[in-house]
Design a protein around this ligand. Structure first.
Ligand SMILES: *Cc1c(COP(=O)(O)O)cnc(C)c1O
Length: 452
């Protein structure tokens, strides 16, 4: 046997060291032992592939601790200035939504139970009255996410097509054959749904006539996609949903962000329906400010066709999502969304308030770390999450200088509650617009520990 392998300590021996005991106290004995075992297995593999790693018990515990602190879903401080940061979890739920989630999680609910009839009900009935009231739609369906809703909508319009010689077609403008991120590409979603993609127009210009010429007896729908994460400038032309709705086929609009109130030139869900889309799909956790969800609103004909698809079962929303969504929609119905939904509060807070918050935080950071040079500077925040790509929100950031910015940013990410900022021109910037209540204290704590 390889002599280096023989030097690898046993799990029990590692677990008896004082460092491992501390690890067990912090994470529980089960998790700590599992992490030590995984670390030893990794070391074994490294040795077999010819490496000479440090196999001391101390080194094993150190790696195990790193493994434990990096894995698992953890709270972080979003100081990036990007409100709907997809990598950081997009929308933060309102207090009311959190209460609704706790309530739904703590006991049984009428998730699929009809209370008046005393028998089985449907989970797809929840949130529907709220959504139809708020958007003016006939019917609504909530599933796991918007990508799923788009897929279901396409599968529903082509359902029943059986002639392989004449596959059902869906028309999309070449200017809208986009990738949203995370591998969601419109042409691939179409292919997965079973629809044949019929491209029309060019990247920068597509007119109503282009769609008209492409329509044939196999055409089932026009898909209009909001190019949410980029903008095309210059010599451009595109047909709006209002024009497309004059065509003799249904229009499905994937608007993505799902704004219920006017913000920049983002399409409002209600307006897109009024313009004549038969179905509008959008996310629950972008500009709506709720939980991750894919929401479809539109005609009863299409929504009920979607409900019947076996795929809908695979993409169904869970009770926690439905609870949070209903509470989020309640805020809109009560007209209290700007006060209650953290996403909207964050996006619309006056810049003077953000400036004040940034200066306060800058003074506190400098107080705990006087060797740093800290001030507040104007910055630009963004909505993010693939919404409003060119919409710049005036903001303020705490600027930390007098240290290696990349190194300092890395140390902040190692904090008990990791702080995510950005490095710009050699300074670390912590944008104050996306900070939540309690985040100032978390940042101070993180800075204090870097020092100590
Ligand atoms: C974000 C987005 C999606 C995907 O939404 P998820 O809820 O993340 O699945 C789909 N279409 C458009 C236009 C989007 O902006």
């Amino acid at each position: 046997m390889n002599s280096a392998l023989r030097k690898l300590p046993a799990v029990d021996a590692v677990m008896r060291t004082p460092d491992a005991e501390k690890l067990s106290e912090r994470h529980g004995i089960g998790a700590a032992t599992a992490a030590v075992r995984t670390t030893l297995e990794n070391l074994r593999r490294d040795i077999l592939s010819g490496e000479e790693p440090d196999v001391s018990e101390g080194a094993v515990v150190f790696s195990a601790a790193k493994l434990l602190s990096e894995s698992g879903l953890r709270r972080v401080v979003n100081a990036t200035g990007v409100a709907l940061h997809t990598n950081l979890g997009r929308s933060v739920l309102s207090e009311k939504s959190i209460e609704a989630v706790v309530e739904a999680a703590s006991g049984y609910s009428n998730l699929e139970y009809d209370l008046s009839a005393g028998k089985r009900g449907s989970r797809y009935d929840h949130a529907v009255p709220l959504l139809t009231e708020l958007t003016g739609a006939e019917d609504a369906l909530v599933v796991n996410n918007c990508a799923g809703a788009t897929l279901l909508a396409l599968a529903a319009v082509i359902a029943g097509a059986e002639d392989p010689e004449n596959p059902p077609e869906v028309i999309v403008s070449r200017g809208q054959l986009i990738e949203i991120g995370g591998g969601f590409r419109i042409p691939e979603v179409l292919e997965t749904s079973g629809a044949k993609l019929r491209e029309v127009g060019t990247t920068n210009r597509t007119r109503l006539a282009d769609y008209e010429h492409a329509i044939n007896e196999n055409t089932r729908a026009v898909l209009w996609v909001h190019p949410s994460n980029f903008a095309v400038h210059g010599f451009t032309e595109s047909a709006g949903v209002d024009e497309l709705s004059t065509l003799p086929v249904p229009v499905i609009a994937d608007v993505g962000s799902g704004a219920f109130y006017p913000i920049s030139d983002e399409p409002k869900v209600r307006d897109v329906l009024r313009d004549g889309a038969e179905l509008v799909v959008f996310s629950g956790d972008k500009l709506l400010g709720g939980p991750q969800a894919g929401i479809s609103v539109g005609s009863s004909r299409l929504i009920s066709a979607m409900r019947k698809l076996p795929l809908t079962r695979a993409l169904r929303a869970d009770k926690l999502c439905l609870a949070a969504l209903e509470a989020t929609l309640d805020s809109y119905l009560n007209g209290t969304e700007m006060d209650e939904l953290p996403t909207l509060r964050m996006l619309h807070a006056p810049v003077e308030k953000i400036e004040e918050r940034a200066w306060n935080l800058a003074r506190k950071v400098e107080a705990v770390s006087p060797e740093l040079s800290v001030d507040a500077v104007p910055s630009v925040a963004r909505s993010g999450g693939g919404t409003l790509p060119v919409y710049e929100i005036p903001s303020f950031a705490v600027r930390v200088r007098g240290t290696d910015a990349d190194e300092f940013a890395a140390r902040l990410r190692e904090a008990e509650v990791p702080v995510i900022g950005r490095v710009y021109e050699g300074s670390l910037l912590l944008d104050a617009r996306t900070l939540l209540s309690g985040d100032e204290e978390r940042i101070i704590e993180a800075v204090r520990n870097i020092r100590g």
